[in-house]
Design a protein around this ligand. Sequence first.
Ligand code: CMC
Length: 435
Amino acid sequence: MSKDTVTITDNATGRSIELPVLHGTAGPSAIDVRSLFKSLGYFTFDPGFMSTASCKSAITFIDGEQGILRYRGYPIEQLAEHSSYLEVCYLLLYGELPNTAEFDSFSSSIKRHALLHEAMRRFVSAFRHDAHPMAIMVGVVGALAAFYGDATNVHDPSVRELASHRLIAKMPTIAAWSYKHSIGEPFIYPNNSLGFAENFLHMMFSVPAEPFKPDPRIVKALDLILILHADHEQNASTSTVRLTGSSEASPFAAVSAGIGSLWGPSHGGANEAVIRMLEEIVESGKPVQHYIDRAKDKNDRYRLMGFGHRVYKNYDPRARIIRQACYEVLETLSDDHANKALFDTAMELERIALEDDYFKERKLYPNVDFYSGIILRAIGIPMNMFTVVFAMARVVGWLAHWNEMMSDPDARIARPRQLYVGKVERDYVGIDKRG
Ligand code: CMC
């Protein structure tokens, strides 16, 4: 057996094949099983993709054991400290940090595409006033495909670039309008003199009668949240966007599918679930230990939201950054007692859980969502908008992956196989003869 192959032997037939081992630039290598079915007639079985690399990617690197996250090679800690969300968007999309001219041109393109078609006002208004903003976002982003039919020419890189700019630019407008609709306030148009995060806050909180000037420290905290959520390699929603896009569907349809995937509480919906959990703990007056015990009880479906991660078996590096930011935001808003109580409860929960054998043995640590909801709540974003803000940030990651896949000559339609466990062939029986 050569060094870079793995031999698989079928003990039933004695036949062996050598499978190549693929090495990336960092992280575990992967066994290339593409010839397995042709050679031995077997599929691999891996529900939930526990051991499967679904693609090659040069965008984001995670080492879950060490708690490392890098975008295009840059550590998340450095980007969080020195960069901005828009610069990170450029980095994720184009692979390099921009020079001044590149950044100016990118940022003015994003500004120019922030407006929605006027027909979209009626479209958003037509939703029930109490519709969840994620439901509105799934619908409105999917509907953009009807406005930009040219985007279906997905093999043209310039078409993909334009669709990517449009989506990054329009997500904050869609997000803010879904909120304005739910509270019955007029939609606020984007203001091109404002930065990305500030413009979103403007569209969320301005009213025609009064301007809104957010505290720069709040704008910075929101920009940080956007940076930390911008990409996370092949998570459920990114894989959904890749899978949908692999059929050469419109990027607006693919991103809409990704938003749907993000919505669930095991993924992007966890930030909302964390706040509900912390509020319940604070309001119940019961000790934190009571909730830790429930999370450990196998007969109780209760889980500590914001704890655990498929990839991180160490402290999520994003959680560490956001925990510090949370502290700083709450210092800024010194009279915000409700959020301070949630933060204190979160810290106590974290301390008790990290000392508990159940959490230690399973390597369950706080993830990014454990603290992000506290910041969002402190800056006035309503709870049902938390996952919408996550989607607004993650859209660039989805698009970077979609672009990478569409420009990969080896890319094919994603079509997993299955282990069939249903009935074998049987004959149809007329209804009068069935027991
Ligand atoms: N509280 C209590 N026990 C847990 C938790 C938790 N939050 N998470 C996992 N476990 C236990 C689980 O019961 C299992 O125990 P056992 O081995 O005895 O059966 C073990 O840890 C492994 O869990 P798993 O469900 O097999 O792990 P997974 O990789 O399939 O799930 C997860 C990962 C994130 C879905 C899960 O940890 C979870 O449900 N966490 C809470 C929801 C959450 O915070 N989600 C946000 C993820 S980060 C943001 C994002 O990527 O969108």
